[in-house]
Ligand binder design. Structure first.
Ligand code: C2G
Length: 130
């Protein structure tokens, strides 16, 4: 069975997150998701996620397209994660296009189009004004 891996913060879960998980699963295989730890998210985005890592892990593992989840601690460990899970395919949204091509020597890197107009930061902004 083909092993597909993807990564993300998945903070304030929304349709863009669901779409990429569904499409990753539709490639046919087992879908493993690396959910960014709180500390890694802080390093990546300069702020902690709205939902803590244990809540984000629970939400992602509750999605029917997802077969297993783990905590992603850093970008540099991506090679280790891909080897550890023997991932045949790495799927990322195309906002990352090119950024993971260096991994194509050990896995098949696929960038899928992001869902337009939705993002966690825009949702938080709208809710603040609500
Ligand atoms: N995404 C999407 N459409 C959106 C928003 C996000 O397809 N409207 C995708 C992103 O491209 C990414 C996944 O959903 O593939 C998770 O998005 P984020 O939670 O924003 O993850 P990110 O901060 O990009 O972290 O090691 C890589 C990082 O962990 C990815």
């Amino acid at each position: 069975m083909k092993k597909i891996i993807t990564f993300g913060t998945f903070d304030v879960f929304h349709i863009g997150h669901l779409n990429i998980l569904r499409r990753a699963k539709e490639l046919g295989g087992t879908l493993i998701v690396g959910v960014s730890s709180d500390d890694f998210s802080f390093k990546k985005k300069g702020r902690f996620p709205f939902y803590q890592e244990n809540e984000r892990l629970s939400i992602i593992s509750g999605i029917k397209y997802v077969d297993s989840v783990f905590l992603e601690e850093s970008l540099e460990l991506k090679i280790e994660y891909i080897k550890k899970y023997k991932a045949d395919v790495l799927v990322m949204g195309d906002d990352w296009t090119g950024k993971f091509d260096y991994l194509s020597k050990i896995t098949n890197v696929i960038y899928l189009e992001r869902t337009p107009t939705v993002s966690t930061s825009s949702i938080i902004e709208v809710i603040k004004k609500f």
